[in-house]
Design a binder for this molecule. Sequence first.
Ligand SMILES: [Zn+2]
Ligand SMILES: [Zn+2]
Length: 274
Amino acid sequence: MSLFARDVHVVVLSSGSAGNCTYVGDGRAGVVIDCGISTKQVFARLSEAGLPDAPVDAVLVTHEHSDHVSAAAILARNMAKHRKPIPFFMTAGTARHIDQRCVPDGIELVEAGSEVSVKHLRAECFPVPHDTDDPVAWRVHLGGLVIGVVTDLGKPTNLVIDKLRSCDFAVVEFNHDEDMLMDGPYPYWLKQRIKSQKGHLSNRQAQSLLADALNPRLKTIVLGHLSEENNHPALAERAARDVFRQHGVDGEVGMFIGHQRQALAPFKLRAENW
Ligand SMILES: [Zn+2]
Ligand SMILES: [Zn+2]
């Protein structure tokens, strides 16, 4: 087995309202969680990350908002033509509401709370409170590691806390600063939507989620889905840092901020058991 195959790579290709896409793979199996950036960008950013041949064996879809599925139809066609057809796992609610132009070939329905296998990789989805039909978040199990992506939720739930607690690596939503949102340019209805229990996590809510989810296993956090209008990276970073300080783990947990215009440098995680 090659050295490459022993590492699990996570690449946050894009995170934010302009598009969400995270790659998880080990050289032999790989998935993307959501495909809200163009197919061209998916592969260009993987190449820039040094993973031009990274296998993409499936897409794990969280919900039908366009920043999560805009490339689905084209990605499905592109994979079928140039590599191989791949499944797009999503709930029935997502499949019912996905914009007609984005519907991919290869939809495979999953129930929130269920698990799918992609080669030797396992992925499980669980419900999150968001204003779509049957939205989920995903955790990927690979090489003894658990990688979670939890964005687009209006409030932390016990289930989400529980799922994050046993992650080694997590992308967690830090969407907005509450004052910036309320004082900002968005129309009243949109502010209410974002603030609602089925909207997006504020920095303060994310702090509480992080505080409840912290555990020695969780080594790396990416602050994700930051609003460009209603948040500032420094505010999100300070919010997370405060939690680490309060819990005496500042410096022990790696913290990064996801972008929507470029990929984060790839994370290379050492698999635990092969
Ligand atoms: Zn989103
Ligand atoms: Zn959404």
